[in-house]
Design a binder for this molecule. Structure first.
Ligand code: AHR
Length: 337
């Protein structure tokens, strides 16, 4: 009986295989050929569980970056992707070393958020020669387009322009501005610098009286602002900070100096982190321009497509808004970073 059942099962299996093969043969060559070709193609492709990704992160300079790292780690975990993650601690040489290690480990795809724009050609070329695609995440690199597969991230120029537009409104087109610049040579610092100027150059009364780097950190933002207050004091009408962390540092310095941030000195910054919403609720920050760090799920979707040789756009831009104090209390509970 057992033998009979086993033989029957075998027969059914063979029959069904035969049916499947017959179905394939019958369909191929007809106009539904795609349907028969598809299952083989899917079977030949990697799944998330088979994907090995190397990721070179910049560091942990800001709340934004911490939110960004969390999003990458969480998405990898949820999707079951094997992720080799490296924290560059703000140094390009560490990032380059990490990329070389990923190449030696033969990962499927490398994600990198370049700390500065220049100096990536050699290592990206090494990845290309090894047949490992590079995806730029959050920040661009100044390399030729054939050295990376795609860029997933923000339009930093537009963020700078939005900050400029808000600043023009706040100052009525006239005033002395201090600019706290991000990491020197980084894509967001260069583009936010340029975008802001594109807008305010139309207003001769808007003057940037000092522009200094606070390296995207609270501590440096506070230190630089304290020095600039000593130099310019009451002459300062506004601060444009390339990120919220530096703006929060500047707020501390302005308070220590005895002025009211948000009133005596208007402040506009970029990122839209939770703490910025609290600052707006407290009346100390006048606006924050969103820069979305929650790129994890989109990054792995892209990485899987790239690993499977599917075509992807060269730039996948993030959708971003501008937030003001009047909506801060309502929006803050919804913020995830
Ligand atoms: O590249 C994005 C920028 O990097 C964020 O605006 C800043 O906070 C971060 O450190």
């Amino acid at each position: 009986m057992n033998l009979f059942l086993r033989s029957l099962a075998k027969l059914l299996a063979l029959l069904s295989l035969g049916f499947f093969m017959a179905a394939c043969t019958a369909k191929s060559g007809s106009d539904t050929a795609d349907l028969t070709w598809q299952p083989e193609e899917i079977n030949g492709k990697k799944t998330y569980a088979e994907l090995v990704v190397g990721y070179s992160q910049i560091g942990a300079e800001s709340e934004w970056r911490i939110g960004n790292t969390a999003s990458i780690l969480e998405a990898a975990e949820n999707l079951g992707v094997e992720l080799l993650f490296s924290d560059g601690q703000q140094r390009q040489e560490n990032q380059i070393r990490a990329i070389r290690t990923f190449i030696a480990q033969r990962v499927d795809v490398i994600g990198v958020s370049p700390v500065v724009e220049t100096g990536w050609e050699s290592v990206f070329q090494e990845a290309k020669d090894a047949g490992i695609p590079i995806i730029l995440v959050d920040r661009r690199a100044a390399v030729s387009e054939d050295l990376y597969t795609a860029y997933l991230g923000s339009d930093f120029i537009e963020e700078g322009k939005n900050a400029g537009r808000v600043m023009v409104d706040l100052l009525g087109g006239e005033g002395h501005i201090i600019e706290l610049v991000g990491t020197v040579g980084s894509a967001p610092a260069l583009d936010r610098y340029a975008g802001f100027r594109e807008i305010i150059q139309e207003y001769p009364g808007m003057k940037i009286i000092a522009s200094e780097s606070g390296d995207f950190t609270r501590a440096k933002g506070e230190e630089v602002m304290a020095d600039l207050l000593k130099l310019y004091g009451d002459e300062i009408d506004a601060v444009y900070a390339h990120n919220d962390d530096m703006a929060i540092g500047a707020i501390r310095a302005i308070e220590a100096y005895g002025l009211k941030p948000g009133e005596d000195i208007k402040i506009v910054s970029i990122d839209a982190i939770r703490d910025a919403f609290q600052m707006m609720i407290d009346g100390k920050l006048n606006a924050t321009i969103e820069c979305n760090p929650l790129l994890g799920p989109q990054f792995f979707e892209l990485a899987l497509k790239v690993a499977n040789g599917e075509p992807v756009p060269k730039w996948i831009p993030s959708e971003e808004g501008v937030f003001f104090p009047e909506d801060a209390a309502e929006i803050m509970p919804l913020r995830r970073y």
